[in-house]
Design a protein around this ligand. Structure first.
Ligand SMILES: Nc1ncnc2c1ncn2[C@@H]1O[C@H](COP(=O)(O)OP(=O)(O)OP(=O)(O)O)[C@@H](O)[C@H]1O
Length: 254
């Protein structure tokens, strides 16, 4: 990849669910303060690879990997690594928005409270800042203490982004964040992603190639657990080097 600072570096990563190998020999750099998209047909391992980046796969019994996953040069799987701190640094937003059954305010305040923040002005300011960053503040500022479940799907997804931002992460992992959203909400979330990349490293799994074109600086194409090709998005879409990439991008399969 080009000269941008590397945030994640994967070195020869293999991954298994029990005896089923889902990833093969993945070597890939993920640049800082840019958006990287993982694309490829269903089941090719995009989500598995995303979950390796903040050790969410640890929660699935019977999984194991070989190779190295380096964050700022440090192996996140090395003995003694603090997984709670890792997940604070590497936040995650899921396909289906999943606000807690609490108020809008408490959804955003949840992570900071777990980290020891008390009620007060500093917490109010943090909640406001995150809601502003998630482009939701104007829509909810008069009803912060009402249920998050009363928000629309697109608003709930932006709330989940605000909640992820509240622990002050460095990286945001997004697993198909727009797949349950209508076009207008999708546009709002995409605009947000473009804003956020100024401060955060973003990795997004998407089935939507137009979305990858619109938001991603870099794209990695996977097929049957292998990384087939990666590089700057515009270049890869215009001139794919591999036939399988070209076939996928042209809609011939997937
Ligand atoms: N919890 C699990 N237990 C066992 N196998 C799994 C599990 N999750 C995923 N797999 C398998 O690992 C492979 C990769 O799955 P993964 O969900 O990473 O693919 P994906 O590219 O994200 O797919 P999709 O686009 O459909 O979400 C698939 O063969 C899948 O069946």
């Amino acid at each position: 990849m080009p000269s941008a600072a590397v945030r994640f570096r994967l070195e020869r990563v293999n991954f298994w669910y029990g005896s089923h190998q889902a990833l093969y020999d993945i070597t890939l750099s993920i640049p800082a303060r840019a958006v990287t998209a993982f694309i490829g047909p269903s089941g090719c391992g995009k989500s598995t690879l995303l979950r390796l980046l903040n050790r969410m796969n640890d929660l699935i019994e019977g999984t194991r990997h070989t190779g190295q996953v380096l964050l700022d040069g440090e192996d996140i799987y090395a003995p003694g690594q603090d997984v709670v701190e890792l997940r604070r640094r590497v936040g995650m937003v899921f396909q289906k928005s999943n606000p807690f059954p609490k108020s809008i305010y408490e959804n955003v305040a949840f992570g900071p409270r777990m980290a020891g923040w008390r009620s007060g002005r500093a917490l109010d300011e943090l909640v406001e800042r995150c809601l502003r960053q998630a482009a939701l503040w104007e829509e909810v500022k008069d009803r912060l203490h009402t249920s998050a479940w009363a928000l629309s799907g697109g608003q709930q997804q932006r709330l989940c982004i605000a909640r992820a931002l509240a622990t002050q992460p460095e990286v945001l992992l997004m697993d198909e964040p727009c797949s349950a959203l209508d076009p207008k909400s999708t546009q709002a979330v995409e605009e947000l992603i473009l804003q956020l990349k100024q401060h955060y490293t973003i990795v997004i799994v998407t089935h939507n190639m137009q979305q990858a074109m619109r938001v991603a600086d870099f794209t990695a194409f996977f097929y049957e657990g292998r990384l087939i090709e990666n590089g700057p998005t515009a270049e890869m879409f215009a001139h794919p080097k591999e036939k399988r990439t070209a076939d996928y991008l042209s809609g011939r399969f997937g």
